[in-house]
Design a binder for this molecule. Sequence first.
Ligand code: SF4
Ligand code: SF4
Ligand code: FES
Length: 535
Amino acid sequence: MSNHYNMPHLPSSSSPLVTIKVDGKDVQVPGDTNLLEALQAVGIETPHICYHPYLPVSGNCRQCLVEVEGPRGMGLVISCYTPVKAGMVVATPASSQRVKSTRKAVSEFMLVNHPLDCPICDKAGECTLQKNYMEAGQNESRLRGEVGKHYHGNPDNEFVDSKGQTRGGKRVDLGPRVLLDEERCVQCDRCVRFMRHVAGDEQLQLAARSDHTYITTFPGEKLDHEYDLCVTDICPTGALTGKYFRFQQRVWMLSRTPSVSMDDSLGANIWIDHNEGHVWRLMPRCNPEVNRSWLSNTSRLAFEKFAENRLPASDIESVKLALQTQGKVALVAGGECTLEDIVALKMLKASLGDRAEIFVGSFRPVVAADGIAKSGDPVANRAGFKLLGLAADNVADLVKRASEFNTLMTINNDLWGDDAKQAKALEGIENRIAVAAFNTETAHKANVVFGVNHWSEVTGTMVNCNGILQKLSAAPTAPDAELIPTFQALSTFAGTPITEALEAFKIASKEVPVLSGLSYETIRSTGAKLDGVQA
Ligand code: SF4
Ligand code: SF4
Ligand code: FES
């Protein structure tokens, strides 16, 4: 079943501007979108629950009401499904008591049978119901204590609590990663639309009618999909929660660092949410040109291993000594290297002269893009290597030419972990140095190891497969304060230490014309498109 016809049309820089009257004043708004987006573009926030910019509009929550002038005068409409038209007359709560009171009534209606769970609800602090209550609700309770609440849900999951009240299902296991609290669901059907239209695998449904409606999977089936945790992001309430994050942290305790997931060349934009040096979750960071609001489970749950199995800070001199041994050196960089790391890699190569050669790539195969938030190429910064003048996929050549080399330095590249069979050919290179964040299979094969910061702990840049320059920011979560970023390690091995990422970026921007004029400040949070650059 598909109804893509009502995907919202979002405003862009090329949207034609039209004049409409809002609360008695003429304003210019994008003319090719819905009223909710158009009002937002001029700074007027409209509370909404079921609307999501990357899902088809279903218009079921009625929270986004405004008044629009029609043939019979001003009338209430849902702004999320009302197209903008030049000359339209709109009233928001700023000028319309009717809009104010109906929004308040909708808010009251949604909360009347909603549990008083906020103190124990994982969504508290980032819950749309709470936000809307503050903006559009603030009702005195009109609930009669002796009547109590009527909790809805699947009759099979009902239970009677210690006060004798019949309750809806509280910990309904939908699948391996997601739990449902039926009482907190407001039937916005965002989760249903996500699975149907984005995941492309309809695994959730609204069952029953009216106030008996509840979210469920098909009989005997589970919610189990590579993107299923996205439903916990877009659920406006605490109805859907990820098992990994339940009761771990109050969200207001978390600090957020904007970064980029370096496990794939699309470079999904992420928030690294951390507290007291510990990463608690990765969340998608909305970028309309990259991953929109989505993040795969693999990228999202990778954080669980960020602090595990790490290499400690190591002795620089032992690496320098190992590089001084006679013969040829193969420097083999992996896709997690930032542009700044690549600048330092080239400095290291230059310091070793003709006896060093750079190889780039991975033994992991490139697979098909999933069309959601992954390109399928595990070499995240492949376009960045190319931009800085390096062949970005020549590890297979190294396998063939292994006998030419006396020293192998792997840089953020777990060749043995990725494909031990192919890496076997490299075991003939006696002198092996591993520069890595983790104590990988490749580190086990090395005679010298050098621990560095993981990509989540560094500032830097990468170029994604579509030629978008994106910025990583350092989360203060390194398990060992002595660890240094890869660019600092490589430039120090080269004898010309760079301690600030920006310094390395400046070198890159001098070398590559398309980067000139860009700085960390001018790279927008959604990145900077580099003309003519692609992976
Ligand atoms: S979903 Fe959770 S945080 Fe939001 S109003 Fe309900 S109980 Fe409170
Ligand atoms: S579970 Fe969440 S996303 Fe799904 S319908 Fe209920 S409130 Fe909406
Ligand atoms: S946001 Fe418009 S009806 Fe739900």
